[in-house]
Write a protein that binds this ligand. Structure first.
Ligand SMILES: [Zn+2]
Length: 80
């Protein structure tokens, strides 16, 4: 995948807008929570979108590719 755009839910967004991606499913205990079990994808403005696990994994893989990271998760770049 060479495009810097990624589709999450029904939205296409550029990878450079993503600040972080949750490693664990959301849980806040609220009865009316709409995102329990979803994975939060934080955007650079004060906003987030929500992904299911499959989309989350896709986002993480795409970000890794975009940063030129090797496929191995154990070989993450150092953020000095
Ligand atoms: Zn919640």
């Amino acid at each position: 995948m060479n495009s810097p755009l990624i589709k999450i839910d029904d939205k296409h967004l550029p990878l450079y807008r993503i600040v972080w991606v949750s490693d664990v499913p959301h849980f806040c205990g609220e009865d009316d929570c709409l995102h329990e079990g979803d994975y939060e994808v934080r955007l650079d403005i004060d906003d987030s979108i929500w992904a299911n696990r499959e989309d989350r994994d896709h986002v993480v893989a795409a970000l890794g590719q975009w940063f030129g990271d090797p496929t191995s998760e154990d070989d993450r770049p150092e953020w000095t």
